[in-house]
Design a binder for this molecule. Sequence first.
Ligand SMILES: [Zn+2]
Length: 166
Amino acid sequence: MKTHPEDQLTAYIDKELGEEERGAVENHLKECPACRTLVEEILDMQQQLVTSYSGVGAPRNIEWQVMQAIDGQGEASSIGWKGLTVSLAGLLALLAWVIAGSPWMTILLIMAKSAGVLAYGILGSLAAIPALTASMAVLCLIILLLSVYFLRRLLRTAALQGGGTS
Ligand SMILES: [Zn+2]
């Protein structure tokens, strides 16, 4: 075989060639250092693929470690309320983001962040006591409603000001 069987090398490595083709490629590899190098490079690439693919499994372990850390922080009932608080803080931040561009954005963002951090801090210290979890939920709701109320007021004020100048 005078021509290099480059297109057959991958099939040769994957053992997909017939006996005749396989024998021809093996004979060529004995005489051709260039193709032997190519085969080694393909094998290296496949090894790297396997290595990087097995690395994809790492986040699963990280996720498990995070869950273990959360479990260690307190009883199961308090985790739900902590998650709720984080969700509320995210919602407030989203509300602030929605009206981005208005002059009130900075004020609202600070207000939303403060409410979220405050609620989270209170829950973090008290949520472990089951009797208080219900009132914590009410507090979260009040903070959310107040934030929405002020947001609407500020938006209306901003809209009125915008209409007056045009
Ligand atoms: Zn060759």
